[in-house]
Ligand binder design. Sequence first.
Ligand SMILES: NC(=O)c1ccc[n+]([C@@H]2O[C@H](COP(=O)([O-])OP(=O)(O)OC[C@H]3O[C@@H](n4cnc5c(N)ncnc54)[C@H](OP(=O)(O)O)[C@@H]3O)[C@@H](O)[C@H]2O)c1
Length: 363
Amino acid sequence: MDFAFIIHPMNVNDIVTRFKGTKRLPREFVEKWFSRLPAFKYSKIEGIKSQSTGRTISGIFIGCPLTTEQMLSFPEHYVVQKIIKAGRVAEKAGAGIVGLGAMTSVVADAGITIAQQLKIPVTTGNSYTVAMAMEGTKEAAAKMGIDIAEAHVVVIGATGAIGAVCSHLVSRECKYLTLIARDRTKLDNLARSIMHQTGQAVKITNNLKKALKSAQIVITVTSSGGDIIQPEDLPPGCVVCDVARPRDVSLRVAGARKDVLVIEGGLVQVPGKVTTNLNLGYPPDVTLACIAETMILAMENRFESYTLGRSLTFEQVDEIYKLGEKHGFKLAGLRSFEKPVTAEEIRSIRDNAGHGASTAGIG
Ligand SMILES: NC(=O)c1ccc[n+]([C@@H]2O[C@H](COP(=O)([O-])OP(=O)(O)OC[C@H]3O[C@@H](n4cnc5c(N)ncnc54)[C@H](OP(=O)(O)O)[C@@H]3O)[C@@H](O)[C@H]2O)c1
């Protein structure tokens, strides 16, 4: 067993889908019952094969029995202990490294305490997530005919572990940048740091709806628990890269807005003939970048706590990208709400938006 990755249900519906016997029970009861279960082995993942060395590795998904809402509302110490217990299941299974999925990488100090309590190294997967989110955003913008050098980019969740590095990186490429989060002091500090490093003056705000009105490219990566972007918030022709899990963009956007392109951020094509019983809504050889980071480290025998805490470096992002490339990991084609995006759909979105993307600056 080369690696393990800790997952958890996004919401109570995920529990009901997995445990069929709970279908007729009250949702509140199911959520409470589930949270009292011990962490458990969920599924193996096998057949990940390096394109450069030919080495094949395998891993295991470990279920941490808390929903997103419970992760965000239960006492922090309790949640961290639950994640540590899931990490111990990974240790016992013989994993060389364990990755933290979705909210398990967000709570408390983003993996630092968890790593201190485990005998195996831990990684949040955030470095590779940044690399893949940036690449996916640029590819989607190009397909929509948006020139990033002339565009207004909005980053939501800008002060977070992933958002801060994305904000720094995109500030070097775009014309206008607006950063959004709730805490204004942290936003202010981030804006100053970007100004210091790049000379780029960026706008900061808590007002998501207003900022989105003139956005052409949006990178959204909050820990809000989901659905903070509604159909009426987006201007025609814009591109949204939704990196958050649960997703920041409401599912309603898929049905109501045929003139915007929403892509799932951080999706990776895994080399090899991959098999797993875990259905994340993608084919078995497509996975989230945080999972891919754990795989890449295992493939490289880099059994070390690679990404922990909220201060990521550009060097980490660059290094893990190159290691991924070496073994054949790459951006999975664009996907939107769990489905691949075709060239025909892009054409249709551009037509529906009028002349593709708007060219407005910051309003
Ligand atoms: N796709 C992937 O492969 C992948 C990999 C890893 C993580 N993720 C996901 O990425 C997201 C962020 O992870 P992270 O580690 O960067 O988290 P983080 O460090 O906790 O940062 C979260 C950011 O979101 C902001 N935020 C929270 N609630 C908000 C709201 N209601 N409105 C606006 N901003 C809000 C926070 O600032 P304020 O508190 O000041 O608002 C902060 O800037 C999570 O959803 C995680 O599950 C995805």
